[in-house]
Design a protein around this ligand. Structure first.
Ligand SMILES: [Zn+2]
Length: 562
């Protein structure tokens, strides 16, 4: 283990090095020192490199697993030694739920599908065999982990802790023993959620006192499974992530983790795209995204199993990391600064759908913001947005009341209005109930009756300022036995409001962020901007004249604000 990169590496490469069993001369003549020098030349500080890949092959002299058949060298330990000589940290990769070479001989290690089959339909899909967390595979994996922990590693990356309910006889027997109903899908879900968490906790307990970084690669796992945030987001793979993914996840990670990493990739497509490299401008976009959120950048690559590092890839990595070095003095040890926060329920780093719309809207409005879990410290904010009513938390109730008492403001949106009512913070409206129409409308500054696209709360203004009227829906999307009602025009302006401003808080009757994520209707942003003009006037940063697609961020350390 080295200390050269300190607690917070900033420039990393993640080698997604999985190898099909077809390579006759795996990395023959590979020179670990030359490899490390090339990384050093590209300003790489830290790498993830597989100890064992998802195909089930180990890349070191293992006594537990199956070493890649044509690999002659003790690859990972050689890489660790060579990288440490250059001051580069090395994290070992292992796949938790996939180990195809082992599973091909151990059907008993696999998750059983609901229909009784053990193997997925699409055998070319990486996830066609997945481990059952109650199988004896556990002892094999734990022995592998023990072996890997003997190496001089700086971190461990535990990929694919897959969640999939298992219908094997072993799991069913354990469910019955513990009082679960094996005819209930919900019980299967609940039992396996708990079983997986117990399995992963046992795994984490083997690692957590080793003084190394660790990351269980599932953004939905509770925060105790990570020493840092490593947000996986191949921006060019829109089917899984895309450019809209990183924003809300980094806004959330910034209030949970001290060390944050944006794990992007050099791929034009997704993982395993050997011949595709992103344009330099695209990699630079990811770099700026990382810099603006005070995060490190990890670029995903796939070491070629015969030829090693691709020259063109490392020319681009070097260009991007050279640029990173240029900006590094301005962002080192910095965190984003914001006066506005969005509250989110849950205990993981997984952003919810409404936060995607919030991210887009705040970026377009040039308002720096962060996302907070209930236990987050938002006391230094001026404005908080609450969009949910699933908090059952006396401490949070008091924090929100104190927040307003201290002169700060809250906007309650959609279902969040019920929470505001329970807290007695929106007494200027009468909350009548849920709107039963499936597509309400509203007016705001003019006579156009805009779609809200989503169901609404029905609120009546009592003593606040209503800035948007609620407009009814003439009919719901339905079928009357003869005709369908696809066409649902706006009805009349009603006695209800779509938005009411009080002294310290405001209510927007529908989930305006989720609607904005789905439809990006500018009238929604205009309405929200109008609410901000009432409740958030004295801003620490204001801009004008920038295009809507420009982005603004503020970061600060104890030395400077940028
Ligand atoms: Zn099972």
């Amino acid at each position: 283990m080295i200390n050269a990169v300190g607690e917070k590496f900033l420039r990393a490469v993640h080698f997604d090095f999985h190898t099909s069993p077809v390579i006759k001369n795996m990395l023959d003549g590979f020179d670990a020192d030359a490899f490390a020098l090339r990384l050093k030349d590209a300003n790489v500080q830290y790498i993830n490199f597989p100890a064992r890949c998802n195909m089930g092959y180990s890349y070191y002299d293992t006594k537990v697993g199956v070493k890649y058949p044509t690999l002659k060298s003790n690859l990972l330990p050689d890489i660790i030694t060579a990288c440490h000589k250059q001051g580069i940290g090395v994290s070992a990769y292992i796949n938790v739920s996939l180990n195809h070479e082992l599973f091909a001989d151990h059907e008993d290690f696999l998750t059983v599908n609901k229909d009784g089959s053990r193997i997925g339909q699409d055998k070319k899909d990486n996830f066609f065999r997945v481990a059952c967390y109650n199988a004896d595979y556990k002892y094999h994996l734990f022995k592998e982990i023990d072996e890997i922990l003997q190496m001089d590693i700086d971190g461990i990356f535990l990929d694919c802790p897959v969640f999939r309910p298992c219908y094997c006889e072993r799991c069913k027997a354990d469910m019955l023993k513990k009082g679960y109903d094996i005819t209930s899908d919900k019980d299967f879900y609940d039992y396996h959620a708990l079983t997986r968490l117990n399995f992963l906790s046992e795994l984490r307990d083997k690692i957590k006192d080793k003084n190394i970084k660790y990351y269980f690669n599932d953004v939905g796992l509770p925060v105790e499974f990570k020493t840092h945030a490593e947000t996986e987001c191949l921006t060019t793979d829109a089917s899984l992530w895309g450019y809209g993914y990183y924003g809300p996840h980094s806004a959330l990670a910034s209030t949970i983790y001290n060390h944050r990493v944006f794990m992007s990739g050099r791929f034009q497509g997704s993982w395993g795209d050997f011949g595709g490299i992103k344009n330099l401008a695209s990699l630079e976009y990811d770099l700026y995204d990382a810099l603006m959120s005070g995060a490190a950048l990890s670029i995903g690559d796939h070491l070629h199993p015969v030829y090693g590092l691709e020259n063109e890839v490392y020319r681009r990595v070097k260009t991007v990391f050279d640029e990173h070095l240029l900006y590094e003095p301005f962002i080192k040890n910095s965190d984003p600064v914001a006066e506005v926060g969005v509250l989110m329920s849950g205990n993981s780093g997984a952003a919810k759908p409404f936060t995607y719309g919030a991210d887009l809207m705040f970026k377009e409005l040039k308002v720096p913001y962060k996302i907070y879990l209930a236990d987050g410290d938002f006391s230094n904010l001026k404005l908080l947005i609450v969009c949910e009513d699933i908090f059952d938390n006396d401490v949070l109730d008091k924090k929100l009341k104190d927040f307003v008492k201290n002169g700060n403001k809250i906007i309650f949106i959609g279902k969040g209005i019920d929470y505001g009512a329970r807290l007695n913070l929106i007494n200027y409206v009468n909350v009548v109930g849920d709107d039963l129409s499936d597509n309400a409308y509203f007016t705001h500054k003019g006579d156009m009756r805009w779609a809200s696209y989503l169901q609404s709360k029905l609120i009546k203004n009592v003593s606040g300022v209503s800035i948007a009227d609620y407009v009814s829906n003439i009919c719901n999307f339905d079928y009357d036995g003869r005709q369908s009602y696809f066409y649902r025009p706006q009805g009349d302006i009603t006695e209800y409001s779509a938005c009411v401003i009080g002294k310290d808080t405001a209510c927007i009757s529908f989930d305006i962020f989720t609607a904005y994520k789905d439809m990006v209707l500018k009238a929604h942003r205009d309405l929200f901007e109008d609410v901000l003009s009432y409740l958030y006037q004295d801003r620490f940063v204001t801009v004008s004249g920038l295009p809507v697609t420009s982005e603004l961020a503020v970061t600060a350390s104890d030395k400077q604000t940028v």
